[in-house]
Design a protein around this ligand. Structure first.
Ligand SMILES: [Fe+2]
Ligand SMILES: [Fe+2]
Length: 286
């Protein structure tokens, strides 16, 4: 009897298809929650106040609760607890509230009603939280970097995976084969993520993180450690003792590790303290 032929992996077709979608502006992109979009409009309006933003955020109980939780996180803000959204915004500071809104909206972006990609989306969210917490802890050691920007950078670094998964759901041979899906995701997610962030009007510094975080041999624009370095290191560390290829990397040969220059992170196991601190941070915020 002739062996049943496995369906051919249509990588070229898939990539061409997604490129066409991008070209014609019809790639399905995840949306930010309505309340976040409305709040961001108000934040960008020069005449608005913290109270105006608070009134909008309060319309979404889950987002409001997350914002208060974030404002109460000691590493970012004070230790004196706040309970209302408007006090939370005052605590975060009006200048940083935009980033905070993006941050507390992301949980919704990583949720899906599509059963076949749900597992992967959940895993992606967990990974993003781990990278975000590590990047924020690492940022503490570099005065030129903001912890809250590092946190958001880590949280969104792989957000470009989402449109690729949404597209893959139409290709049974992709979503039923983890390895095939990994291949197309890793090849496309940075470029797609950059498009998504431009659509959401994110700052260029965050777009850079999304577009470059897996380019370990990139040419950094200056000698100073930047958010791409932080996220590259946090991302690699997140795969410690896993089956991911990053797990076996010689960290002393990775430019981002060299640039950070934190000796203990260069050796396997040296990240134990950072792991614990970032786990604590992640559980307080997310
Ligand atoms: Fe990535
Ligand atoms: Fe990642």
């Amino acid at each position: 009897m002739e062996a049943e032929k496995k369906p051919k992996f249509p990588v070229k077709e898939f990539v061409a298809d997604i490129k066409e979608d991008i070209l014609h502006d019809r790639l399905t992109l995840p949306t930010l929650p309505d309340v976040a979009l409305e709040a961001l409009l108000v934040v960008n309006d020069a005449d608005s106040s913290a109270d105006d933003v608070a009134r909008i955020v309060a319309k979404d109980a889950a987002i409001a609760a997350r914002l208060v939780r974030y404002a109460n996180c000691p590493i970012f803000h004070g230790s004196d607890p706040v309970t209302s959204v408007s006090r939370a915004i005052t605590r975060i500071g009006f200048d940083s509230v935009k980033q905070a809104i993006y941050l507390v909206s992301m949980r919704d972006v990583f949720k899906t009603g599509i059963a076949i990609i749900k597992k992967r989306m959940d895993r992606l969210w967990q990974h993003s939280v781990v990278v975000a917490s590590k990047a924020a802890m690492l940022a503490e050691q570099f005065p030129q970097l903001e912890k809250d920007t590092a946190l958001l950078a880590g949280l969104i670094h792989d957000v470009g995976v989402i449109p690729v998964l949404l597209k893959a759901k139409d290709y049974e041979v992709l979503y039923t084969n983890e390895k095939n899906l990994d291949k197309v995701v890793s090849g496309l997610h940075m470029a797609v993520g950059k498009i998504l962030l431009a659509h959401w009007k994110f700052e260029p510094v965050l777009m850079e993180v999304v577009a470059l975080h897996d380019h370990l041999d990139r040419e950094p624009p200056s000698d100073e450690v930047d958010y791409v370095d932080l996220v590259q290191v946090a991302n690699i560390l997140s795969y410690t003792k896993s089956s991911h290829p990053y797990s076996g990397l010689d960290r002393t040969k990775v430019a981002a590790f060299q640039r950070l220059g934190i000796e203990e992170l260069m050796v396997p196991g040296g990240e134990a303290k950072l792991m614990q601190q970032s786990r604590d941070l992640g559980s307080k915020i997310f």
